[in-house]
Design a protein around this ligand. Structure first.
Ligand code: F6P
Length: 319
């Protein structure tokens, strides 16, 4: 195999650029010609492919987002669309592809692998919700962004006897919510796992005020569960705190990647190059017990992720 390509797909994640940089530089050093596919699977189907050299990836390690840009292409489940992608690669004699993205992107990689393209997937998502791996590229930066925002909200809410209801991302996964709740010392966390009982939340806040004499309170809420503004209004009406709400939104996904994400991205990308060098395909790179390993994508996607009830136990012991 002489020519390989790399693409980023799905929601961008800080650290994707570090992975692209490592694919290009390590790839070239190990004898590959490396191509960048722009705008994910959409760009692949449209043939937005360009050869990348050493300096094309200079000064990107510290930048969030992805220089290759990204997209979500639902139609990629369609075999005819997949065939167009294969055609674009074949006509350029590109035999290997590294896909950086979430589980939807993994399924695309699996489909291309079945059609003869050597595909390796890397986990790139702030949600840390990819089966088979303990960590994903971007999660630690998003967590840092949340904590940075909550620190600021804490300053202002403690000056005004307020309770802030803060919605964090994660799609349907609770990783950002429970980890940020522990890291910022929130009073309450609401996720799919905890469930949501509005009356209980009000009671807990009254306890914070009357028993613990807290000047302010923070509630971390996982997205897609409740209307944070509505909850804040009820808090204003029924507790001594004035309620305020904020949806942190895409702020969480931007910014310079933290060292952990840069290192994770670089080491995972190096592993992807090693696998392509060995002509492997249909694999994803994972972290298990602090070690980089590779797994069959199909098997990884149905692997049960570790139960993290202990994190909730810790949260409740600390709150
Ligand atoms: O998967 C990453 C993520 O940021 C989720 O946490 C969130 O639900 C979703 O993407 C938002 O998607 P979009 O950027 O398309 O609005």
């Amino acid at each position: 195999m002489k020519k390989i390509a790399v693409l980023t797909s799905g929601g961008d994640a800080p650290g994707m650029n570090g992975a692209i940089r490592a694919i290009v530089r390590v790839g070239i050093k190990r004898g590959f010609e490396v191509y960048g596919v722009y705008e994910g699977y959409k760009g692949l189907v449209e043939g937005k492919i360009k050869k990348l050299g050493y300096s094309d990836v200079s000064e990107i390690l510290s930048k969030g987002g992805t220089i290759l840009e990204s997209s979500r292409l639902k139609e990629f489940v369609n075999e005819k669309i997949q065939d167009l992608a294969v055609e674009q690669l074949k006509k350029r004699k590109i035999e290997g592809l590294v896909v950086i993205g979430g589980d939807g992107s993994y399924r695309g990689a699996m489909a291309l692998a079945k059609k003869g393209i050597s595909c390796i997937a890397l986990p790139g998502t702030i949600d840390n919700d990819i089966h088979g791996t303990d960590e994903t590229i971007g999660f630690h930066t998003a967590l840092y962004n949340i904590i940075d925002a909550v620190n600021k909200l804490r300053d202002t809410s403690s000056s005004h006897h307020r309770c802030f209801v803060i919605e964090v991302m994660g799609n349907h996964a609770d990783n950002l919510a429970i980890n940020s709740a522990i890291a910022c010392g929130s009073e309450i966390v609401i996720t799919d796992k905890t469930g949501f009982d509005e009356t209980k939340v009000i009671e807990e806040l009254k306890k914070c005020e009357e028993v613990y004499h807290k000047k302010h309170a923070i509630i971390i809420v996982s997205e897609n569960i409740l209307d944070v503004e509505k909850l804040a209004n009820r808090i204003s009406k029924e507790t001594g705190y004035s309620g305020r709400s904020i949806v942190l939104g895409h702020i969480q996904r931007g910014g310079s990647p933290v060292p952990k994400d840069r290192i994770l991205a670089s080491t995972m990308a190096e592993e992807a190059i090693c696998l392509l060098k060995q002509e492997k395909s249909g694999l994803c790179v994972c972290v298990k017990n602090n070690r980089i390993v590779s797994k069959n994508i199909e098997e990884a996607l149905v692997e049960k992720n570790e139960n993290h009830d202990w994190l909730y136990q810790l949260f409740f012991d600390l709150a």
